[in-house]
Ligand binder design. Structure first.
Ligand SMILES: [Zn+2]
Length: 90
């Protein structure tokens, strides 16, 4: 098993199979590139985006559902959570 897959599995267990941001239960691993677009597949996300100085290290990664990962874009984790709270219907 390669290191990236092993990291993915460790994070999946650590997060009990839930998205770091919305807590949705995720499908564990997209085997095909196309599956990474399906909203409930687990995808690796940089807590602090690489484009903003975040490092490509274990401690800077979480699993997010493909939907949250797509919406988060270039936001930091904190900015994304604030964005979600601000845009979710009450
Ligand atoms: Zn999510």
């Amino acid at each position: 098993m390669d290191q990236q897959r092993r990291l993915h599995d460790i994070l999946f267990d650590e997060q009990q199979g839930r998205c770091f941001y919305c807590a949705r239960k995720m499908r564990p691993y997209a085997r095909k590139k196309k599956e990474q677009q399906i909203r409930d597949f687990a995808t690796k996300d940089h807590f602090i985006p690489r484009s903003r100085g975040g490092l490509h290290l274990f401690g800077n990664k979480v699993l997010a559902c493909a939907e949250c990962n797509g919406k988060k874009g270039n936001m930091s984790a904190f900015e994304f959570v604030v964005h979600m709270i601000g845009t979710s219907p009450l």
